[in-house]
Design a protein around this ligand. Structure first.
Ligand SMILES: [Zn+2]
Length: 111
C-alpha cells in the first residue's frame, strides 16, 4: 500500500493507546508504512551522564505508529477522510500526468 500521508498533515489516531488524539505529522517512513505524529506515542529515552555522579537525562520523543492507525483530517472540510489520488494530464504537456491527493468527502484537492 502506498502511503498517502505527508508531513504537516493533521491526522487523528484511530487505534492504539493514543486513540482519539489528533496531531500534526512530523515524519513519514514510507518503507515501514509508519508515521510520527506530534504528541502521539510519547516515549522516553534515558541518556546516561558521561560524568559520574551526575544525573542522566530523560529525553521525550514521539515514536512511530502504523499509518493504517491514523486518518487524515481534511484541511478543507475538517472531516476525517480517506484520501484518494487523482491523476490528471498536465495542462502544459498532455503527455505528462500529475498526481494530486484529494479528499473523498468533499472532493477538494489537498496538496
Ligand atoms: Zn474534505
Amino acid at each position: 500500500m502506498k502511503i498517502k500521508i505527508k508531513i504537516n498533515d493533521k491526522v487523528k489516531v484511530t487505534a492504539g493507546k493514543d486513540k482519539g488524539k489528533t496531531g500534526k505529522v512530523i515524519q513519514v517512513m514510507p518503507q515501514d508504512d509508519k508515521v510520527v505524529v506530534e504528541g502521539v506515542n510519547v516515549m522516553y529515552k534515558h541518556i546516561k551522564s558521561r560524568k559520574s555522579g551526575e544525573k542522566g537525562q530523560r529525553v521525550q520523543f514521539n515514536g512511530p505508529i502504523n499509518s493504517s492507525n491514523v486518518v487524515v483530517i481534511c484541511p478543507k472540510c475538517s472531516k476525517e477522510s480517506r484520501l484518494g489520488i487523482r491523476v490528471t494530464k498536465s495542462p502544459a504537456d498532455p503527455k505528462k500526468v500529475q498526481r494530486a491527493r484529494f479528499c473523498k468527502k468533499c472532493n477538494e484537492v489537498i496538496d
